[in-house]
Write a protein of this length. Sequence first.
Length: 117
Amino acid sequence: QVQLVESGGGLVQPGGSLRLSCATSGIMFRFYAMGWYRLAPGKKRELVATITTGGSTDYADAVKGRFTISRYNAENTVYLQMNSLKTEDTAVYYCNARRTILSEDYWGQGTKVTVSS
């Protein structure tokens, strides 16, 4: 059974930091591209950051220079370090695991991030 379990969300003041984690099981993690997406109230789901199997990263313009995605294959986990948080970063953040060649696409249940003073 495939599981993606996000953690690390919470309430933080503007300018603060959070580190999200996504622990996976049931997949051969090192073969999957990983990503973080977010869904804010009244908005469409937005890609935040991705990391390939080889470690190449890509970011949405809105988070470049503030967020860092990383993966630790030995622990089957992907992280999202979020610094200099803004109120507009408030959203539910979802972890995604994708292996395009096998048409496999898995999602976690989400972790809520609220940036507010």
